[in-house]
Write a protein that binds this ligand. Sequence first.
Ligand code: ADP
Ligand code: MG
Length: 224
Amino acid sequence: MALVKLSGVKKSYKLGETLVPALRGIDLEIRAGEFTSVIGASGSGKSTLLNLVGCLDQPTEGSIQISGAEVTEMNETQQCDLRNEKIGFIFQSFNLVPVLNVWENIELPLLVKAKLSLDERKKRVASVISAVGLDSFIEHKPDQLSGGQRQRVAIARALVTKPSLVLADEPTANLDSKTAHMILDLMADLNKTQNVTFLFCSHDEKLIGRVGRIVRIQDGVIVE
Ligand code: ADP
Ligand code: MG
């Protein structure tokens, strides 16, 4: 079974009196363990697509299934639970909490999981911090880190809940190209060694040789 299955997904935004079509009929399947990258120009619908898969927004039309469950038929609480349990997010602008240090930023999503013991929580945080190579930066605040290090924190934070799917919306767009490649290599490595499923989008053609599967999007439709 596909981890994610989109069928006939359309999304239009209302802008005053007009409807802006952002996605115009998307069919896409993502299997567990894949590293898929959605490549398309700015405005082609990449963020809209990721937001729909991440249950952050509703499609205008079509079906979205995650592990076989129809997301469009869930209420807000059910979608929220699904998001918390199964999905990790990485954003272009890192979205870290400035007053929290590296350890605390990464621990944050676990604090809502009452089931976890303190011991298990510490183990999980320590393990993802090692996985992204930030062991010596545990007490640093985000403003004491480079862009690449901040994105590593965000990746660790996305992984700490052990999600089935990690969505990354242009995670390398605010980084220089060398750092961008390092971050991409890190995600590819986590995909291989920890079997994390990634759905990653970018407008940067230069990054595409490095990932498993490429989906091209243009004006709200998949062209390849
Ligand atoms: P990308 O991430 O590939 O740059 P987006 O998914 O952000 O593309 O946008 C796709 C299209 O939808 C664009 O034409 C954009 O202007 C439009 N759009 C995105 N978000 C909104 C919104 N909240 N309201 C109106 N139009 C939007
Ligand atoms: Mg975008």
